[in-house]
Design a protein around this ligand. Structure first.
Ligand SMILES: [Fe+2]
Ligand SMILES: [Fe+2]
Length: 265
């Protein structure tokens, strides 16, 4: 059974400032795009897990799934608050364009829940989790979250990414338990990552254009490390349970447990 703590956290996002140099803005735009997807992506994962729960006959895995869903529930509620602040940084036309992209994403996920098979939805979930966990691990390994830029949303990112690492085995174990096909995991997982990243791109382009900026391509040690970790998820031997968690993640999780009023176990 995974060691997952559900922390009920609420962050405050007053005074978001996007008036930053190009290089800095180029680093934070993908994170803003990611935040915009969360109130749609994470409820979709929760819906898929709710269906999976009916078929899971391992009580420990079922408990992991319930904790996974509770963590994701707290994540997207905070991102929804952050997203209100993000929209408010833009004029009404841009805010409406952002809402239009949000509606497209929500329509896709509602359609997947309604008409795709459980094995598809579980492979999507694992594809997403494997990719974001790779990015979270790479950030942790380089000593921080969000490179060395002050991220809009502050500690939300460290908390969210640390919990993504904490529940990294759940979507994989559910997929293995109920589906267990390596080619299917790779085929649908890779498609899901493409589908998801396209939306990040749409959100980021919409915001960047509206600011009248042309941002440089950024490369950083964290991004290179994330790509290296991501490529390992394609291995038939990939198993998130075998990942060595970088130093500092546990301390972060313990700090957030304290902040959530939970005593260390
Ligand atoms: Fe999450
Ligand atoms: Fe997650």
């Amino acid at each position: 059974m995974a060691d997952i703590t559900v922390r009920s956290m609420r962050f405050s996002f007053e005074g978001l400032n996007l008036d930053r140099p190009d290089a800095e803005l180029a680093q934070i735009m993908p994170a803003l795009g990611l935040s915009m997807t969360m109130p749609y992506l994470e409820p979709y994962l929760i819906r898929s897990m709710k269906v999976a729960l009916k078929q899971i006959d391992d009580p420990q895995l079922a408990e992991d799934v319930r904790n996974f869903s509770k963590q994701e529930g707290h994540h997207f509620r905070n991102h929804a608050e952050l997203n209100k602040q993000i929209r408010s940084c833009f004029d009404e036309t841009t805010a409406d364009r952002l809402r239009g992209i949000e509606a497209d994403l929500e329509a896709d996920y509602q359609r997947f829940s309604r008409s795709k098979s459980l094995r598809f939805n579980l492979a999507y979930a694992e594809g997403f989790e494997a990719m974001t966990c790779s990015a979270a691990l790479a950030s942790a390994e380089h000593g921080g979250f969000g490179d060395d830029v002050m991220m809009p949303g502050g500690d939300l990112w460290a908390w969210h990414m640390a919990e993504e690492i904490e529940h990294r085995t759940v979507a994989f174990n559910v997929f293995e338990h109920l589906v267990g096909s390596y080619p299917y995991r790779i085929a649908v997982g890779t498609w899901s990552q493409w589908h998801y990243l396209r939306y990040i791109g749409r959100f980021a382009s919409c915001m960047t254009e509206s600011l009248g900026r042309k941002l440089p391509r950024v490369s950083s040690p964290v991004r290179k490390a994330a790509l290296k970790r991501y490529l390992k998820t394609w291995s038939p031997r990939y198993d998130p349970a075998k990942i060595e968690v970088p130093a500092g993640v546990q301390a972060l999780l313990t700090r957030f447990s304290h902040e959530a009023g939970i005593e260390a176990r």
